[in-house]
Structures are given as structure tokens and as C-alpha cells.
Ligand binder design. Structure first.
Ligand SMILES: Nc1ncnc2c1ncn2[C@@H]1O[C@H](COP(=O)(O)OP(=O)(O)OP(=O)(O)O)[C@@H](O)[C@H]1O
Length: 253
């Protein structure tokens, strides 16, 4: 049975995104749309252009051509820091933490309020709003017992949970997750899936690159498949994964 895609407004729209590295065409026209409240999966074989798409959306790389819209605003090539303030955040495949700061400090430092700077008291006063919110999120992702530990001491899976908490602290419109379960101990994968699922139920919209197809199927409402830097197939996850073009892109010659 085909499930209909939600009719909610698009939060993120990517139109004909292109990226060339000298002679290499990494993106050859990528289109995608993430609607309010969705979890959208972005998959494709190695070299398909998933990371480059994320890098161009987030302003980590300038696009050669094409557009990125956040709601109605054209944000193409805006810098990452500006995009974060506009409500789009990202967690990287290899989790990024400040190793010498505590877990709690790592979440607080990611607070970039749309209108106000983070006050120094957020770090020192347990009663500040940011500090309390950080504590709530750390509890929510299940690493409260590590709150006062240096983030550098955490396992990969725990760092990924920490990054997931940190992406949420500024109350973003949409979060980009790059391989949230890659390199994670199998025992923590379900925790990560449940955490993303619950945060989505609470209103966070996600675009997720993920190689683990079980995770993709469990989480995604809609799936885009890229190959050779462009769109191959999109649709409900199982339908897209069963498409002969997708099977050929992964397993064909
Ligand atoms: N900085 C760069 N310089 C030159 N070529 C690049 C650069 N970054 C990516 N590419 C090329 O662009 C293409 C797309 O790469 P990209 O990393 O976006 O793919 P991917 O789908 O994320 O792959 P993977 O699943 O292996 O991470 C590949 O051919 C890659 O070699």
C-alpha cells in the first residue's frame, strides 16, 4: 500500500543543486524537499553525493549552482553560523565534541539563541534557562549519568547522543543528521532510533543520511535516493528500496 506524503509546508527545499570540484562533478542537479514534522531519509551508494549535499546545504561548501530555501528564504551559501541562527543545525558522521568540556557544557555551548547571545551564567548557574534545558535534553537522550564527565571520555554512541541533544538546544526548525548510527555499538542503536523518533514526535523535523537500511526503514517517512550526484528515486521507504533502479545502483555493475 502506498502511503501519502504529508501535506505540511516545506521547511527545507533544495533545487537543482550542483557542485563541481575542478573536473569532478559531485552534484549534478539534486532536488529535495523536507516538510514540517517529517523524517526524510537521504541514501545512495558511496560517492552518490550525500555528504556534498549536506555540506552545500549547511554552507560548509559553496554550491556551484542551484538553491537552498529554508521556509521561503533563499539561504544558498549562507554561512553555517548564520544558518544555525535561522533554525537549521547539523550533527556530523564523526561526532564533534569539545573533549575537555563536560557533557553539560557541550550542550550549553551549542545554544545559539535566535535573538540573544548565550549568557556566561548558562554555564555557571544551574538555574539558568539554558542550563536547565541542557540538563533536560541530556536526561532525554539518556546520558544524564555522564553529565559532569568530559565529553572526550564518551563512547562514539554516547557522543552521537550528546550531539543529538546539542542540535536541539536552540530549538531548530530542522536538523540534518549525518549517519547517526555509524560506528555505534549495536546496543545503543535502538536508543538512538527511539531518541530521534521521540524528538520528531515532539516537533523536530529531520533530514537523515544513513547507510543502515533497517534504521532508514524504521525512521523515515519519505526517502530520497541519490546516485552519481543526482536524484534516482524518491518515495515511501519500502517502495523506494524495492525499486529496481535502486537495487541496480547498489548491487549492479
Ligand atoms: N573535496 C572534494 N574534492 C574532490 N572531489 C570530491 C570532494 N568531496 C567529494 N568529492 C567527490 O564527490 C563525489 C560525491 O562524494 P560524497 O562524499 O558527497 O558522496 P557520499 O554519497 O557522501 O559518499 P559516502 O557514502 O561514501 O560518504 C565523489 O565522487 C567524491 O569523490
Amino acid at each position: 500500500m502506498t502511503t501519502e506524503r504529508t501535506e505540511t509546508d516545506p521547511v527545507l527545499r533544495v533545487r537543482d543543486l550542483r557542485k563541481h570540484f575542478d573536473g569532478i562533478v559531485a552534484l549534478d542537479g539534486v532536488d529535495l524537499e523536507v516538510r514540517d514534522g517529517e523524517i526524510v531519509g537521504l541514501i545512495g551508494p558511496n560517492g552518490a553525493g550525500k555528504s556534498t549535499t549536506f555540506n552545500c546545504i549547511m554552507g560548509d561548501l559553496p554550491a556551484t549552482d542551484g538553491s537552498v530555501y529554508l521556509r521561503e528564504e533563499n539561504v544558498t551559501d549562507k554561512r553555517t553560523s548564520a544558518l544555525v541562527n535561522e533554525g537549521i543545525t547539523r550533527a556530523y558522521q564523526i561526532p564533534r565534541v569539545f573533549p575537555d568540556l563536560t557533557v553539560h557544557e557541550n550542550v550549553v555551548i551549542n545554544m545559539r539563541h535566535r535573538t540573544e547571545p548565550v549568557l556566561p551564567t548558562a554555564f555557571t548557574s544551574p538555574k539558568s534557562d539554558v542550563s536547565e534545558r541542557a540538563h533536560e535534553l541530556i536526561e532525554f537522550v539518556g546520558i544524564d549519568h555522564l553529565r559532569h564527565e568530559p565529553a572526550g571520555d564518551l563512547s562514539t554512541g554516547q557522543k552521537k547522543l550528546l550531539n543529538i541533544a546539542a542540535t536541539i538546544i536552540g530549538d531548530p526548525e530542522i536538523v540534518l543528521l549525518d549517519e547517526p548510527t555509524a560506528g555505534v555499538n549495536p546496543g545503543l542503536i535502538e536508543t538512538i532510533i527511539d531518541t530521534i523518533d521521540e524528538l520528531n514526535s515532539n516537533g523536530t523535523t529531520y533530514l537523515i543520511v544513513e547507510h543502515n537500511m533497517d534504521v532508514v526503514k524504521q525512521l523515515s517517512d519519505h526517502l530520497y535516493v541519490l546516485a552519481n550526484g543526482t536524484n534516482l528515486v524518491q518515495g515511501p521507504p519500502q517502495e523506494a528500496l524495492d525499486d529496481p533502479q535502486v537495487l541496480n545502483a547498489y548491487f549492479g555493475e
